[in-house]
Design a protein around this ligand. Sequence first.
Ligand SMILES: NC(=O)c1ccc[n+]([C@@H]2O[C@H](COP(=O)([O-])OP(=O)(O)OC[C@H]3O[C@@H](n4cnc5c(N)ncnc54)[C@H](OP(=O)(O)O)[C@@H]3O)[C@@H](O)[C@H]2O)c1
Length: 251
Amino acid sequence: MKIGIIGTGAIGGTIAKKLVAAGHEVKVHSAGEYDSLKKRAQELGASPSTINEVVSNVDVVIVSIPTKAIPDLPKDLFADVPDNVIVVDTSNYYPFRDAKIEALKNGKVESIWVAETLGRPLIKAFNNLLAHSLEYGSKPEGAEGRIAMAVSGDDDKAKMIVSDLINDAGFDAVDAGSLSQSWRHQPGTPAYCTELNVTELKEALADGIKENAADLRDLAISKLMEHTTQPSHEEILALNRSLFPKNPKGL
Ligand SMILES: NC(=O)c1ccc[n+]([C@@H]2O[C@H](COP(=O)([O-])OP(=O)(O)OC[C@H]3O[C@@H](n4cnc5c(N)ncnc54)[C@H](OP(=O)(O)O)[C@@H]3O)[C@@H](O)[C@H]2O)c1
């Protein structure tokens, strides 16, 4: 497929690498100078693109930038992009890091806010695994212990296409329902960055409690900040899992 990715950081860059390796044609755009984008694109096996090129002549656009940067994208970015082009949102909102976005602070489902801000329906995916899991946790289809990723949205066909891309990236996909249900894989839920298999992820998605998510998200951050050195991937994973003792991989 032809894929445009906005953001070449830990998530966008890793998705680009995995999808290039799976045989997709990938172009990328990021905020910095064109020369550094060109260098990064070369590392990823992708083509560097302007913001308008990255959404043109593609089947899927993956938006993988910090939540606070979403309103900075051009207002008319998708105006001429045909309806059948799928837009994917990978974002997670952290108030300590992102701008104080009132609607999100008040509990609006994050990807609904992103869809409204971009003026475009979208699929939420690639948000519920840590960048380290995405980079190093991929396995071939059918492999034992393959990690699962949640995908939400209101268009079943688009979700199936995104699920195929998730599979190509080395993960099983679990349909988490409509976009309004996508809070089930936002930060502070048992499905969020806990590295589960399909059966476990389905259970975790069902177990989330919307009203508790923001407090648990902030608790996880404050516990991580207690570390005097950068916590390892295993420590972050263990902390996330410990917040949900009922989970198969909880305490
Ligand atoms: N890191 C994780 O473990 C993780 C896991 C799941 C989901 N996520 C979510 O995925 C999204 C991306 O995260 P990340 O960790 O990849 O972030 P990151 O490493 O900080 O990379 C962010 C990327 O976004 C680009 N960018 C920023 N503002 C932009 C703009 N206005 N226009 C175009 N590009 C812009 C940056 O460009 P430059 O390179 O030019 O600065 C950079 O390439 C975030 O919403 C994050 O919450 C992160």
